[in-house]
Design a protein around this ligand. Sequence first.
Ligand SMILES: [Fe+2]
Length: 574
Amino acid sequence: MPDPDIREAALGRVPSDLIITGCSLVSTYTGEIIPDTQIAVCGSRIIYAGPDASHAAGPDTRTLDAKGRHVVPGLADPHTHIDQFVLPDRTAASVLPRGTTALFSDPIDVTGVGGYPGLRWFMEACSRAPVRIFHGVPGGLPVDPALSHLRGLDEAEREAVLRDPSVFGMGEIFSWTKITDGDPQTLRDVAAVREHGGIVNGHTAGMSGRKLAAYAASGISSCHEPIDYDQTIERLRAGLYVMVREGSVRRDLRRIMEEVAGRGVSTHRIMFCSDGLNPTDLQSGHMDRCVREAMRAGIDPADAVAMATRNVFEYYNMDQNLGGLAPGRLADIVILDDLESFRVNMVLVGGREVSGGTHDAVPVPRWLRRTVRLECISPSDFVVAAAGGEARANTIRLRTEIVTEPGEAVLPVRDGAAVPSGGIWKVAAFDRVHGTGNRAVGFLEGFGDGEGALASTASLHESDLVVIGSNDADMAAAASHLIDVQGGMAVARGGRIVASLPLPVAGLMSAENTGAVRERFEAVRGAAQDMGCRFESPHLIPIFLPFLALPHIRILNRGIVNVRRREIVPPIQG
Ligand SMILES: [Fe+2]
């Protein structure tokens, strides 16, 4: 049903559908907390917020008593990746009860695997979820045209997607050298999106000085990569909006916001973002946690709320419709038990109460459930040929789950093959999307010291099947299992599967509910630690190993790559 004339409704000539009474309204426009406020909602929009909404009442108007409660606008995550672990309606079901009513998604991997039809299917799936989901056209595919095999959209596809009202512009351009080196395609893409009036998200990990200035001058308007106060303030001074990250890959909010609060820096151009959540984190907090943490860091409560609402919609040029509780705004309203605990009591989206339990899931097409295009994998696929009694290997040394550096190791040679030993494991990457048969095998240092193998079809942003293992038999078992279940994460030990998280939708997502996915995810994490992995989040290792936008040494199906030199590194030195 079309919305009634909200101007007429604001004048009291059309009765409202709902009046919320007795609440303390947190104004994102003035920073006030206004007691005894009444909010009138007509159709999907707010038509009044003030001391007395009696003019908006009619015979059928519903009243909601919110005495003693605080009311804030619906919260928004300005940068996240929801094409992982669970389907969009499941993500919505987890974040809605926490007060999140809008997500800005960067669907890089489902686009990389499924191309334009994959992105269109994902957008359709998101449109059925009960939260507002906006998308950026993936801004960084291929990560490196010479080495990566996943492609983004062509020009016509991008033009078509940009016309969709749920598309805000372009997602993160994570290879910032494409801007500083003047990659013509990237510059053309940014210009085309800006011509459409779109917003382009940034990713300036480690940048500073004139390179950061060039990035900011290129029309890219935000960054979610600062990991400390110094990087935050440099980006704010350069005119960029900053999204402080509090997600599964990093949690930087508390430290940064303590310093922002202590130094009295304006929070007007700071937001919070998750940058993606694993299923355990998805069930344990979202933007509500960010607001709570910011308040604990010393940020004024109304400012903390504004950072999670108004600032996001101002950044995306949507503040006429969202980000505050005022006439004309869409009635995305969160009623809290109280501001300090930030416990959510009720959530309205477009004036309707939503619990997250209702959804209208879109079916997953068969072709998107058949994306692990490998015939079979056997132990011989992991052999690294070498001559003599021992061989000097180039290794990928893990400093953290994400940070790598080049290493070297002398390995024994048996039957013409280099054998992992002394804490050195093997690592392999297979093209599982295009069926080219491309694969690379190398050596991994610093993973752990036990026995077994961990395999994953989720890997940034190549979607290779990545396998890490102490022996070829377990590696083959883990990889073969993921062919059987068409994607996911698995751990094998002693030749059998000990934990498995099937993700058959594009090899990235499950159709199960979040609780079931979380259980299997934790089983994989536990099994990887039981087999000797020394890291807190083992699943991040195969996810980040192919990611060419990070230093120093990576593996993808074309080979082991020295990132800075953009050179293929042989597993055994010549
Ligand atoms: Fe991201």
